[in-house]
Design a protein around this ligand. Structure first.
Ligand SMILES: [Zn+2]
Length: 339
């Protein structure tokens, strides 16, 4: 089947009360890991690439690798999504490169350095929504700003600064009405990267009640949780056991994400957990088999370790078993829907 727009998948998720993990990729092994997990759990998938990923792997490689995943997995619905587009130009270039969904993150300025004004965010997001919907491509916007650094871009907000830029439910309502986005990323105290919380998060730093309020006001908008890796202790331990130097950190518990899914969260971004799994597996091979030099010796276990993380999230978020029951629509077929 063709790549599908994200709206098609998230509508189905909303009707059937499940969430979908959105997984970042930079290379072939990560795409393969996602597809191994999707196949084994019969899950529809969102594969996403950030600006950093597009720069690292080149759009042509990304496009062909994802088309290979489509070709090899004809029964799995796949969304190709741009993560954190910083400008209408970045989103337009992604659409040219086959992306079926784009995120316009106007919550920060184009350099990703400082929180932008509400007016700027509305203007750039509306521009992207108009252009994307005209060709049936889905759009995710963001209101409020997250902490941490998104894939090496910008200086990033600290955990404390992020707490000052939580999503305001009034603004969220207005933003969706003015822009017409399909999905909305909300800031509820999470941050990008491995270092999210200095201790196990409680309701005073991870504001799940804010999700409930936003969902109550926007029952038909698909909510998105960014920075939602759980940063499992065992993945931190493997890295440190084999010579790594991670400082103790805490992520977003899977149970909190499930609560979000019960309150309108349909897309959950997970990247760090996969990075940790890959790095741990590679470090283990380097320590245990110092004589090895064939990259496959460490890339095979790295890919398998990432597939395990993907599988666990697909099962926990409820998308497992749904690959076959999505009513498939192409971007072309979505043009009328938006028109
Ligand atoms: Zn993000």
């Amino acid at each position: 089947m063709p790549l599908i727009p994200m709206r098609v998948l998230l509508d189905h998720a909303a009707e059937n009360d499940y969430g979908v993990v959105a997984l970042n990729v930079n290379n072939m092994e990560q795409i393969q890991a996602i597809m191994i997990a999707a196949k084994e759990t019969d899950s529809p998938v969102i594969i996403q690439a950030s600006r950093g990923a597009r720069k690292y792997s080149n759009d042509a490689y990304l496009r062909h690798l994802i088309l290979a995943a489509v070709e090899l997995n004809p029964t799995i619905p796949i969304v190709m999504h741009l993560d954190h587009g910083n400008s209408p130009e970045t989103c337009a270039s992604a659409i040219e490169q086959n992306f079926t969904s784009v995120m316009m993150d106007g919550s920060l300025d184009a350099a990703g350095e400082v929180p932008s004004s509400f007016e700027y965010n509305v203007r750039v997001t509306k521009e992207v929504t108009d252009a994307a919907h005209a060709v049936g491509v889905s759009v995710e916007g963001e209101i409020g700003a997250l902490g941490g650094i998104e894939d090496g871009h910008g200086a990033g907000l600290s955990e404390e600064e992020a707490q000052e830029h939580l999503t305001d439910p009034d603004q969220a309502e207005e933003f969706v009405a003015l822009t017409g986005v399909d999905a909305l990323a909300v800031a509820i105290g999470t941050s990008h990267g491995a270092y999210k919380f200095k201790k196990k998060p409680t309701g005073d730093v991870l504001k799940m009640d804010l999700i409930e309020e936003i969902h109550r006001r926007l029952p038909n908008t698909h909510l998105v949780m960014h920075g939602s890796s759980s940063v499992p202790q065992e993945l931190q331990d493997i890295i440190n056991q084999y010579g790594g130097g991670l400082n103790q950190t805490y992520g977003v518990p899977v149970e909190a994400i499930k609560k979000g899914i019960a309150n309108g969260v349909r897309k959950v971004n997970v990247d760090t957990d996969n990075r940790l799994a890959i790095t741990g597996a590679i470090r283990k091979v380097f320590v245990e088999s110092p004589e090895a030099f064939d990259p496959r010796k460490y890339l095979v276990p790295a890919r398998a370790a990432m597939a395990e993380v993907c599988k666990a999230r697909m099962i926990a978020f409820g998308q497992a078993g749904h690959a076959g029951d999505i009513p498939i629509k192409t971007c072309k077929e979505m043009i009328d829907f938006y028109g």
